[in-house]
Design a protein around this ligand. Sequence first.
Ligand code: NAI
Length: 287
Amino acid sequence: MTIGIIGLGAMGLGIAQVYAQAGQEVLATDADPAARDSAGARLAQSLAGRVAKGAMTEAEREAILGRLRVVAQVEDLAPADLVIEAVVERLAVKQAVFAALEPLLKPDAILATNTSSLSVAAIAAGLARPERLVGLHFFNPAPAMRLVELIPHPGTAPDALARARSLTEAAGKTVIQCADRPGFIVNRCARPYYGEALALLEEGRAAGEIDAAMAAAGYPIGPFGLIDLIGADINLAATESLATAMANHPRYHVFPALRAQVARGDLGRKSGRGFVFPAPPAAMPTD
Ligand code: NAI
């Protein structure tokens, strides 16, 4: 099988690693030449961490690197059996990506979106064959996080859903099917968690203190370390999307502290500064 990836940011590269580790050939591209040029080195670095921990051999690392082929344009993804987009969280951009991709692909290829908060049905709406689009929502960092939410929209074909599930389970993931409802399962449950942390911050507690308390209470990572890992921009987009979809219910309130963080460009790891980053988070998942 050949997996196509569009978008080589934090998620796209991690998803590429997941399938390449499972033995699939991966073709991947990004609109930004810098993201394409750095992808091989970023993957090599991520895999080096696993070799250092004894989780894989140097020969396995080389083989995985050999299975990632970074290509210059979307047209080069034509041989793929499953194409997953992980571009910016904007409906019009995702729709445009699939509109360009759809005519190039084999008739039985599956299209998947890694959206965290948009409607899968809305992304499928402009397609000539919407029945082959599903949501495949990976978590960050994709190689380390076991869960993938699988989201059919009302028109998804059972065969496309079954094949997306089996390819992803074969890559070692726990696949949970979700309804195409705002936030699916995890992001919906997580909103009030971030919200209370942001409310405490606005009441004057330091982000590092809140994180330290939550980590000591047994959470694998504190709320602000998690926002820094995910990206405050991505977190804000998901919160706004849920707030709109849930008619501005107070559980999904968009806190000014989060908006201000994004306006300052303090997005977390990807910008080099966040709520607690570059201080090491109290605890975090490793791959
Ligand atoms: P990112 O900002 O790290 O990467 C996005 C990449 O897409 C960039 O390299 C950008 O150059 C590229 N891109 C943008 N427009 C493009 C286009 N039209 N064609 C090709 N490439 C394009 O973002 P990240 O964090 O990887 O998120 C990507 C998607 O995954 C979003 O939909 C986000 O909601 C979702 N997601 C993010 C998670 C996170 O923790 N960051 C977790 C789960 C899902």
